[in-house]
Design a protein around this ligand. Structure first.
Ligand SMILES: Nc1nc2c(ncn2[C@@H]2O[C@H](COP(=O)(O)OP(=O)(O)OP(=O)(O)O)[C@@H](O)[C@H]2O)c(=O)[nH]1
Ligand SMILES: [Mg+2]
Length: 467
């Protein structure tokens, strides 16, 4: 089996992580205590049992089995106890392994340096021990996924420290992150600092990062779902739907993108350019739901509409390097392929021309709960640089005046680290833009040799291409 170990870090990471586990557990008919809802379960009598559709679910990927219980392969980490206490006393409190909750006593106070260098570093080994124990429970680990925010101190600082350590210790395994970017009008001034410092780490440590922008998600609620003041709970449900969509191919049988590595091979043409935007459909206000009878063309149209993306970028001003549309429900493969091909043909200027077959489609016949048909869109678009530009713009304004830096230097950080992180992000933006503007200079890219690919976690690919 190809197992994935999940790690939630910090408040946002744990709130989103819990929403993810709630969603996929419901999809796989697993109740709050880890029991599978099969025909003789009390809930089955109430009509929650959806029978043999789930007989082939790849449960081992995300759950280990302990007697008759399914236990999430999940580690829950925070520097303060509050969020984890809420998880423990919530509906999923008994689902997670009790030893896998790890917290310290006080938060990183929105300070990346506290998460990465001081308070976080103190509990690093404790967390790694639990992660190692989870890895020992696997047969053939495919990798890790982390949920965290970039704007705070724990998810951002300790989260990236953990991923750097995982990258060292499990060099040839995959690391995926679901990273929440701060909204423009967030309450905490230093979020751009934390985000740039964290992003600079993600460049090196993850193989795939799904960029979830709180700003764009607020707008989706206000514009598409007609909810003017969405709560974190509302937003996290949407994130969980997206994560469920992205992980569908990992959790149900099928050929395409059946593990994290295959997904990355299809979506990441250059090692550093692994930051994805995601879209989801259908998205409509609940009042409009009963008037909406979705067809595949309508679903596809919604899916590819830039306003449904979870990152505040305009895909029509960039170019897609690669993308994938993952459908679920009772639809014909031919119909979705035709729709996607039509879109690709009509908008050929939106796709780079050096990757001929850069649009993938896949179908899983099992829909999520309560909807007949959904689709998730994962794209590697050069437009993502607009998100980095926004965060960097705010970083630059403060950094020019060295505002708030003492909070970070007080934890032992050197100002050069800020300069270096900033320059990494600028390089990343220009890497994306050179593909957008067709200014690719081949000599700058040397062919990978065997050693380098193995070091960067691409051992299987190195072997496949005979490097
Ligand atoms: N979407 C979403 N964003 C959240 C949630 N909780 C916090 N955030 C965002 O995350 C950022 C703050 O980070 P937190 O996750 O609260 O911080 P932390 O990782 O716990 O770190 P410290 O509290 O500083 O130790 C801000 O940009 C918040 O808007 C959540 O449940 N959902
Ligand atoms: Mg916190």
């Amino acid at each position: 089996m190809r197992e994935i170990v999940h790690i939630s870090t910090g408040q946002c990471g744990n709130q989103i992580g819990t929403a993810f586990w709630e969603t996929i557990s419901a999809e796989h008919n697993i109740d709050g205590s880890g029991r599978r809802i099969v025909a003789d379960h009390p809930a089955a009598a109430a009509g929650t049992y959806s029978g043999d559709v789930h007989a082939n679910d790849k449960l081992d990927v995300y759950y280990s089995q302990s007697g008759s219980r399914y236990v999430p392969r999940a580690v829950l980490v925070d520097l303060e106890p509050g969020t984890l206490d809420n998880v423990k006393s919530g509906p999923l409190g008994d689902l997670f392994r009790p030893d896998n909750y790890i917290n310290a006593l006080s938060s990183a106070g929105n300070n990346w340096a506290k998460g990465y260098y001081t308070e976080g570093a103190e509990i690093l080994e404790q967390v790694m021990d639990v992660v190692r124990r989870e890895v020992e429970l696997t047969d053939s680990l495919q990798g890790f996924q982390m949920t965290h925010s970039l704007g705070g101190g724990t998810g951002s600082g300790l989260g990236t420290l953990l991923m750097t350590n995982l990258r060292d210790e499990y060099a040839d395994r995959m690391i995926a992150s679901y990273s929440v970017f701060p909204s423009i009008d967030s309450d905490t001034v230093v979020e751009p600092y934390n985000s740039v410092l964290a992003l600079s780490q993600l460049l090196e440590s993850t193989n795939e990062t799904f960029c979830l922008d709180n700003h764009a998600m607020y707008s989706i609620f206000q514009r598409n779902l007609k909810i003017s003041q969405p709560s974190y709970g509302d937003i996290n449900k949407l994130v969980a739907q997206v994560m469920s969509g992205v992980t569908t191919s990992l959790r149900y049988p099928g050929e395409l993108n059946s593990d994290l590595r295959k997904l990355a091979v299809n979506l990441v043409p250059f090692n550093r350019l692994h930051f994805f935007t995601v879209g989801y459909a259908p998205l409509f206000a609940s009042a409009a739901k009963k008037f909406t009878n979705l067809s595949v063309p309508e679903l596809t149209q919604q899916l590819l509409d830039g306003r449904n993306l979870m990152a505040g970028v305009k895909p029509t001003t960039g170019k897609y390097l690669t993308c994938g549309a993952f459908f679920r429900g009772n639809v014909a493969v031919k119909e979705i392929e035709d729709e996607m091909n039509k879109y690709r043909a009509r908008n050929s200027n939106l796709f780079v021309d050096f990757i001929p077959d850069n649009v993938q489609t896949s179908l899983c016949s099992v829909p999520p709960k309560d909807v007949d048909m959904t689709a998730t869109f994962v794209s590697n678009t050069t437009a993502i640089s607009q998100l980095f530009e926004r965060i960097h713009g705010h970083f630059e304004l403060m950094f020019k005046r060295k505002a708030f830096l003492h909070w970070f230097t007080f934890e032992g950080m050197d100002i050069n680290e800020f300069t270096e992180a900033e320059s990494n992000i600028k390089d990343l933006m220009s890497d994306y833009l050179q593909h957008q503007d067709n200014q690719f200079i081949p000599d700058e890219y040397e062919k990978y040799d065997d050693e380098e690919m193995i070091q960067e976690g691409y051992a299987d690919e190195a072997e496949a291409i005979g490097a």
